[in-house]
Every structure is written in C-alpha cells, then in structure tokens.
Design a protein around this ligand. Structure first.
Ligand SMILES: Nc1ncnc2c1ncn2[C@@H]1O[C@H](COP(=O)(O)OP(=O)(O)OP(=O)(O)O)[C@@H](O)[C@H]1O
Ligand SMILES: [Mg+2]
Length: 279
C-alpha cells in the first residue's frame, strides 16, 4: 500500500482566532491510496479541526493562525455530523444537482451523474423525495452521495453516525464498507463508534489536545488498551474479552488481536482443538 501519499500534512499547527490554546499542534500525517483511517479522541480533542485541515477548509475558510504544509493533488469530498443543516434542495435530485451545476456540467451530464451516485449509495428511486423527509441514515447517505458527486479520490467524514439510531449507523457503515471494497475509496472517518471502526479501518489515529498520540495499524492500535483507557476511549468488548481470555490462559498470548466476534470465536475454536489434541 505504500505508494505516493494522496495527501500529506507536515508540521501543521492551527490556532483559531481569539481562543486560548491551539486546536492542533505538530500534526504530521500521510494518507495513502486505498487506506481507510479512523480518528478517535475525547471531546474537543481536535477531530473536526483535523478533518477541516485535511480538506483545506482550514485555513481557507476559517480565521486563525496556520503554520505548516498541506500537499495534495487529490480531490476530496467531506461529510459532516448533521447533514440536514446543509441541505438546500427541495428534492434529493435538486440537492445533488447544486454541487454539479457549479462546475458547468450539461443537464444530461448532471442527470446521468445523479443516477450514478444514487446507485452508489443505494438510493435509486429517491430522486424526487424531499431530503428533509428521509430517515437519518438515508439523509446521511444523500450527504455522502453529494460528497461523491465529483468522483473524489478521498472521502472525509466527521462523526457521520453520531446523530443516527443504530439502524441508520449500520446503513452508513455498510455503505462505507462497500465504497472501500468495491471502489477502493480512500476514507478518513472520525467517530466514537469504536466497534465499527475496529471492524472497518486499516489504520487508527488517537487525537488528544490537538496532538496525535497514536497512529497505528488497526490491530496494533487496539492492543494499546492502557493508552486508550487513559484517554477515555471506548475499547470494543470483544477486545477486552480477548485480553481477559489471554490473561486466564484460555487463549495463547502471542496471537493476532481479534477485531470482531467472528475472529475471536475462530481463535477460541483453534485453541480448543489444540487442547483436545485434535490438531
Ligand atoms: N470555529 C471555531 N472557532 C474557535 N474555536 C473552535 C472552533 N471550532 C473548534 N474550536 C475549538 O478547537 C478545539 C478543538 O475542537 P474540535 O471541534 O476540532 O474538537 P472535536 O474533537 O471535534 O470535538 P467533539 O468530539 O466535541 O466533536 C476545541 O477547544 C474547540 O473549542
Ligand atoms: Mg467534532
């Protein structure tokens, strides 16, 4: 996966105007093609600010002091926590057309692209619906469709499921999983849903007080329970259970960290078979 980075920030420091402390300090980050990166951190850690910085909206659209460098040739789309606050169209079609009209597509091209992105997010047949009268998960999928309308290489999402019920959250993560698998999208997503992130991300970043505390491949990241606990990050139950089973000698300690129940049960079965002498 180590090709040229799609996006690179170097020594970034950002201080919002009229605030006591910088929101980001000394941020170094390279994002590689096809990577899926999760960002976690306590409230006010700087997750939203980091995503705005990756997108270039900081410093372009915000008042403050910026130091460092952001290099990218890649297009990106960005999705925020509450999609509704950004909707302006009376229909889903109109909503998606706004972002495409700005770049001078013809009506036919716009209609064609809208059909394509609605298919990408599995909302075929929703073109005439009001975006305000959809379920939370559907609204967020319209926001994702809008972010995807220009076929960006990088998709940035800031807590895309925090306002959704469990059904809506599952819808959004299964869409993201599909974009990863079928479209090889490069995705950066901040979220408190660590169980979903553990099962979905290749790499995880822990942000605290505007600094990167951990930036590791997903299994290494969730092995650092001490650091995650220290920062109040919810460690998925399956990982805690695994650690407990290792401690009790039920599972061998040197194994690969399981990221979901299926992986844990496979480890358990393997260890069980060894003990029974069937292997
Ligand atoms: N537009 C803004 N103007 C001034 N200060 C801001 C602005 N946005 C965020 N901040 C400050 O920057 C710091 C980081 O905020 P940020 O919203 O990036 O954190 P976060 O990790 O996304 O938090 P949360 O989990 O609550 O979403 C906080 O101290 C916050 O008060
Ligand atoms: Mg935030």
């Amino acid at each position: 996966m180590k090709k040229e980075p799609l996006l690179h920030v170097d020594g970034v420091h950002w201080h919002y105007e009229d605030t006591a402390a910088p929101a980001l300090t000394e941020i170094n980050l390279s994002l590689y093609p096809g990577e899926v990166v999760g960002i976690v951190g306590p409230a006010a850690a700087g997750k939203t600010t980091l995503l705005l910085t990756l997108s270039g909206l900081i410093p372009a659209n915000y008042a403050g002091h910026f130091r460092g460098e952001r290099k990218t040739a890649a297009q990106h789309g960005i999705v925020f926590q509450d999609p509704e606050t950004q909707f302006i169209g009376l229909t889903v079609e109109e909503e998606l057309a706004f972002s495409l009209e700005n770049v001078g597509y013809t009506d036919e091209q716009i209609e064609h692209r809208i059909g394509e992105v609605l298919e990408l997010v599995s909302l075929q047949g929703f073109a005439e619906r009001s975006p305000f009268e959809l379920s939370g998960g559907e609204k967020q999928r319209v926001a994702i469709a809008s972010a995807l309308s220009h076929a960006p290489e990088v998709l940035l999402l800031d807590e895309p499921t925090s306002e959704l019920d469990p059904v809506g959250a599952r819808e959004v993560f299964s869409l993201l999983r599909r974009l990863k698998q079928e479209n090889e999208m490069t995705i950066v997503v901040s979220s408190h849903a660590t169980e979903e992130l553990a099962a979905f991300c290749d790499r995880m970043i822990l942000l605290a007080e505007g600094q990167i505390v951990l930036d590791l491949p997903v299994r290494d990241f969730f092995s650092r329970i001490d650091v995650l606990d220290e920062h109040g990050i919810f460690v998925p139950e399956v990982i805690r259970l695994y650690q407990m089973l290792c401690k009790e000698g039920v599972l061998p300690k040197a194994g690969r960290l399981p990221l979901d129940v299926e992986e844990l049960s496979r480890l358990y079965q393997a260890a069980h078979l060894v003990r029974e002498g069937s292997l």
